[in-house]
Design a protein around this ligand. Structure first.
Ligand SMILES: C[S@@+](CC[C@H](N)C(=O)[O-])C[C@H]1O[C@@H](n2cnc3c(N)ncnc32)[C@H](O)[C@@H]1O
Length: 294
């Protein structure tokens, strides 16, 4: 691992790489694989027989289990219709279920004629062993719901329903966080938001821990981990995305910054311990400047 940058990007097929057992002591893994839904990946057949697809993922989960620390965490993101498979393959790979997180989307639901419209994606949080080695109980400060009578004074704990993280879509809402080419098109249609990885990494790691992403895509896991002073390892099969990750990490854009979320988490009791960033020195300097100015 590059000690200055504390991240490592590997261009490889993640299962083949994992089988070589070249990495170890992983404290947290974020798994966001292709969903086998017929998308156009250059290096992945996204239209496979179900059984083949799930046993491939199970092999990957088993390998990650072996190289994870005791109590290490895994967050596995998928379409809601696959919840049953996700829970099963994790269990069969020895992971202990902790939460089924509902990531409620902010954009319109996908309509359905015969059932309820779809408005969420799932993330299963599981651990190696019964108890997580780290779980920071984050507090957030979302706007007060209209039916709540009293103002909150110290925020609220994050629950298993995440309805405050905007997905990056093709339209207006993607904002400037989505990476685009010269024609303004998104370079990777599955790019996860900074806010999502921020929550996962803050909840399940301490500084100096190792975070792993076997399907790194645009490198969001590494982008967030490096700002929070966690080490990170990302594997990506597509050389173009690998190049994109390298470029992104060398020069983070303002929209890659985690700082804009700091105040949202300010009521977390151990925030200064788990999120030490230049923010503090900036704030301190601002305060000193203000004091000096009277
Ligand atoms: C759903 S995307 C991940 C997006 C990522 N979370 C982000 O925020 O950019 C899945 C990624 O896995 C990569 N991939 C597909 N098969 C792979 C394999 N066998 N090993 C490693 N990466 C693979 C794809 O190229 C794609 O970039």
């Amino acid at each position: 691992m590059d000690s200055e940058n504390i991240y490592k990007i590997i261009q490889a097929d993640c299962l083949k790489f994992l089988r070589r057992r070249a990495i170890t002591n992983i404290d947290l893994t974020f798994v966001d694989p292709p969903f086998n839904q017929g998308k156009d990946y250059k290096y992945f057949n996204d239209t496979q027989p179900e059984e083949k697809y799930w046993s491939w993922l199970q092999e990957i989960l088993k390998e990650i289990y072996t190289i994870s620390t005791e109590g290490g965490a895994i967050y596995f993101m998928q379409r809601e219709k696959n919840t049953e498979h996700v829970i099963r393959v994790l269990r069969e790979a020895n992971w202990v279920f902790q939460n089924l997180i509902i990531w409620k989307k902010m954009t319109s639901a996908v309509p359905s004629r015969y059932r309820y419209s779809k408005h969420h994606q799932i993330i299963v949080f599981a651990t190696k062993g019964k108890k997580p080695r780290v779980f920071n109980r984050l507090r957030i400060d979302p706007p007060k719901a209209p039916n709540h009578k009293y103002e909150r004074t110290n925020g609220m704990f994050v629950t298993d329903v995440w309805d405050d993280i905007r997905e990056l879509t093709s339209g207006y809402f993607a904002g400037d966080e989505a990476i685009r080419n010269n024609r303004g098109e998104r370079v990777h249609t599955q790019q996860s938001p900074i806010a999502l990885l921020l929550r996962i990494i803050l909840s399940s790691t301490k500084q100096g821990d190792i975070v792993f992403d076997p399907f790194a895509g645009t490198g969001v896991t590494l982008v967030v981990a490096s700002q929070l002073k966690r080490k990170s390892i990302g594997i990506e099969i597509d050389p173009e995305y690998v190049e994109l990750i390298r470029t992104r990490l060398k020069s983070l854009r303002p929209s890659d910054s985690v700082q804009r979320y700091f105040s949202y988490y300010r009521y977390t009791h151990n925030l200064t311990e788990i999120w030490q960033t230049p923010y503090f020195s900036t704030i301190t300097q601002m305060q000193i400047f203000k004091d000096k100015q009277g």
